[in-house]
Design a binder for this molecule. Structure first.
Ligand code: CO
Length: 441
């Protein structure tokens, strides 16, 4: 399974240069497996046993299997679809040095800057097209080498290899062509969506590197690609959701947007998207709010976002003992300040499910003097409070535009997710029973 899974993952990421594309591709996978799309602006009629999904803003998605009305709770997994990148301020170029057409860009998220330089880049995102009295959003992917952010030669910047800092407004502006060719950009975008230039009302485009993903290493231990954080987890959780057999609980797959800028949007983890969806699911089954909350108390969330592997050149950044390795299984993340939600109970439940699935796990904590990053789990739980565990797959160079992970780990997360989604939890005064799922999907 490993080889196929890695190629499928790389193909999925290559076809998903933005969160909109990732969600479009995940929606297609779900539809091809027979899941039906619901719309937030319509009434929902749900039949127990069917699998459905709903999108918000085209860049976030929640899928679930409709349970029987007496189901014990929800089994949720959440990942994010966005990655750090440069966003175009406008669909036009500016002139530079009187010779060049440049893009005017802003930073989205906390990326490593240096890897973006001297690489062919393209642009993708969405535009809104006027069609009669309708405003119609359309996905765009220009799929060509169009832009590049050139470094300054070492001869002109002798200090370039020491303590380099990047000024967003000068050092990182992408070159697009000659000053005369600058006006081609809106036409190119219009052409790519089959619309007239004057009908493009607005655009949200971002840059992405054109370097394709690859499997490498003396024994093909590694794979490198743009956007492994967090499309590797989004892909694996979706595959697990689709493969999972039926259990008593309601499996729920969440893919949120805007994690890289704090999740505080209508389609982010810090929104009512999940709460709304679960309440509407309960209402469609004839359950009132109290009945829904009783089920939430017996529910569980896995927040899946990639983790830092110990670095070959800088092992000193890792904790002395909790230092994840690539190809050694799923990383369970802990943080005393609760930036990760894992606690003794949630880790025990998740690690037991992995053990039953034959999937190895390992543990991560930040080196005690480093703050580390944050993720979805603790943000989502401020809206829907659940027993939650933070996990991820070990990777190098997080937030580079070309990241590296282990070739064994995606298959393990799929297997764990498959087992997790089919499991159910039953709580009583003594503790939590983990009940395995029944027949296959
Ligand atoms: Co992430």
């Amino acid at each position: 399974m490993e080889h196929n899974v890695n190629q499928e993952l790389l193909d999925f990421i290559a076809a998903s240069p933005t969160a909109w594309h990732a969600v479009e591709n995940l929606a297609r996978m779900l539809q091809e497996a027979g899941c039906r799309e619901l719309r937030e602006y319509e009434d929902w009629t749900l039949r127990p046993g069917e699998r459905v999904f709903v999108r918000r803003n085209g860049s976030a998605l929640i899928a679930f299997r409709v349970p029987e009305a007496d189901f014990p709770g929800f089994m949720l997994m959440a990942a994010h679809a966005d990655s750090p990148c440069f966003k175009l301020k406008e669909l036009k170029t500016v002139s530079a040095a009187g010779l060049y057409a440049q893009l005017s860009v802003e930073r989205y998220g906390g990326m490593l800057m240096a890897p973006w330089l001297d690489r062919p880049l393209s642009a993708a995102g969405r535009v809104v097209v006027r069609e009669g009295d309708r405003m119609v959003p359309r996905l765009v992917d220009l799929k060509k080498d169009l832009f590049l952010i050139p470094n300054v030669a070492i001869h002109m910047d002798r200090g370039a290899n020491e303590n380099k800092s990047y000024d967003m407004k000068t050092d990182l502006l992408p070159l697009a062509g000659s000053v005369e060719s600058g006006k081609r950009l809106p036409a190119l975008v219009a052409e790519s969506v089959g619309a007239r230039e004057e009908d493009i009302v607005s655009a949200e485009l971002q840059l992405y590197p054109r370097t394709p993903g690859t499997v490498w290493g003396l024994e093909e231990e590694y794979l490198s690609s743009p956007r492994l954080d967090d499309l590797q987890c989004a892909f694996a959780c979706t595959q697990g959701f689709l493969r999972a057999g039926k259990g008593e609980s309601a499996p729920v797959l969440c893919v949120f947007d805007n994690e890289e800028v704090g999740s505080g949007t209508k389609q982010g983890a810090d929104s009512d998207f999940l709460a709304d969806t679960l309440l509407r699911l309960c209402a469609a089954l004839g359950l009132d709010e109290a009945a829904c909350r009783r089920r939430l108390a017996q529910s569980f969330m896995v927040s899946a976002d990639n983790a830092h592997a110990v670095h070959p050149n800088h092992p000193e950044y890792a904790d002395k003992s909790d230092r994840p390795e690539m190809n050694k299984g799923i990383v369970v993340k802990f943080n005393a300040s609760q930036r990760y939600t894992s606690d003794a109970v949630s880790a025990a439940v998740f690690e037991e499910i992995c053990r039953r699935a034959g999937v190895p796990t390992q543990r991560f904590t930040n080196r005690a003097d480093l703050a580390g990053g944050s993720t979805l789990g603790n943000i989502s739980t401020s809206h829907v409070s659940l027993n939650t565990v933070d996990i991820g797959l070990a990777q190098l160079a997080m937030h580079s535009c070309y990241e590296t992970a282990g070739t064994k780990d995606t298959a393990w997360l799929i297997r764990a997710a498959e087992r997790f989604f089919a499991s159910s939890l039953r709580r009583d005064e003594r503790g939590i029973r983990i009940i395995d799922g029944g027949e296959s999907a």
